[in-house]
Unconditional design. Structure first.
Length: 243
């Protein structure tokens, strides 16, 4: 029985109308998907872990003055968020070569990049989220030059903070993906962090063993995905997951 109005259903989350105007409820599902939904399984408990890990990260980002859509966690699977207009870009920040950049540029996985690199993909499932340049983004009007600047500044601050946060618990932040939204407060519009940051959207390697603690365990059929996500939560000091 769910009487709330469903606004949108994505691969890993459902968005419902929130209790106040301008709010939504994000419900974290157990669906694990990869290769744009070509691989799909239900992993019991993944949504609960991602809800908690993303809450932890967004609260910490809010605390250092990075504006996010996160308001508060409501229960095991749901959080209250600010409604914003999602900018149709996936913003990827990379510190170490892995995944698509390793393949595209012929780099060995694990190679430290000369500096952190930001990439943009156009968020479009039918096209498999193609990589695009700032030229495409401004020419097609997906974001303005000022918004691209704001997004890049946000991405760099988040990368700096998360790199240190994970390093402190023995984890290397290899790369991650964020999404941003336009949030209107009266007449002012600002770019804020939206969606989630979790082991679904990051590559996280144990600093000593290089063990993968992220969705690559699922993509590469390594097994132990839930245990890896649980390990990330435990190291971050997130306990009592089932509350
Ligand atoms: O596959 P690729 O190497 O481009 O992914 C870079 C980072 O962005 C990885 O951490 C991956 O989990 C994340 N990503 C994501 N959602 C996508 C594409 C990539 O979370 N649609």
């Amino acid at each position: 029985m769910n009487r709330r109005r469903r606004i949108y259903e994505g691969k890993a989350k459902i968005l419902y109308e929130g209790p106040e105007p301008g709010t939504l409820i994000a419900h974290f599902k157990d669906d694990a998907t990869a290769f744009n939904n070509k691989k799909h399984e239900i992993v019991d408990g993944k949504g609960v872990l991602n809800n908690r890990i993303s809450e932890y990260i967004f609260e910490n980002l809010n605390a250092i003055g990075i504006q996010t859509h996160f308001i508060k966690r409501m229960n095991m699977r749901e959080q209250l968020i600010k409604e914003c207009e999602i900018i149709p870009l996936e913003i990827i920040v990379r510190n170490v070569a892995a995944g698509s950049i390793a393949k595209r540029l012929g780099l060995d996985e694990g190679t430290q990049l000369p500096r952190s690199i930001i990439e943009f993909c156009y968020k479009n499932d039918a096209l498999d989220d193609p990589m695009v340049s700032e030229e495409h983004i401004t020419a097609f009007g997906w974001a303005s030059p000022q918004e691209i600047d704001d997004i890049m500044a946000l991405a760099i601050r988040i990368n700096d903070f998360l790199t240190g946060m994970f390093r402190a618990v023995g984890i290397r932040l290899v790369d991650f993906k964020i999404e941003c939204g336009r949030y209107f407060e009266g007449d002012t519009m600002r770019v804020i962090l939206a969606d989630e940051i979790s082991p679904d959207s990051c590559r996280l390697w144990d600093i000593d063993s290089n063990d993968k603690l992220d969705k690559d365990r699922f993509r590469q059929e390594m097994g132990g995905m839930l245990e890896a996500y649980q390990e990330v939560a435990t190291r971050l000091g997130i306990h009592n997951i089932n509350t």
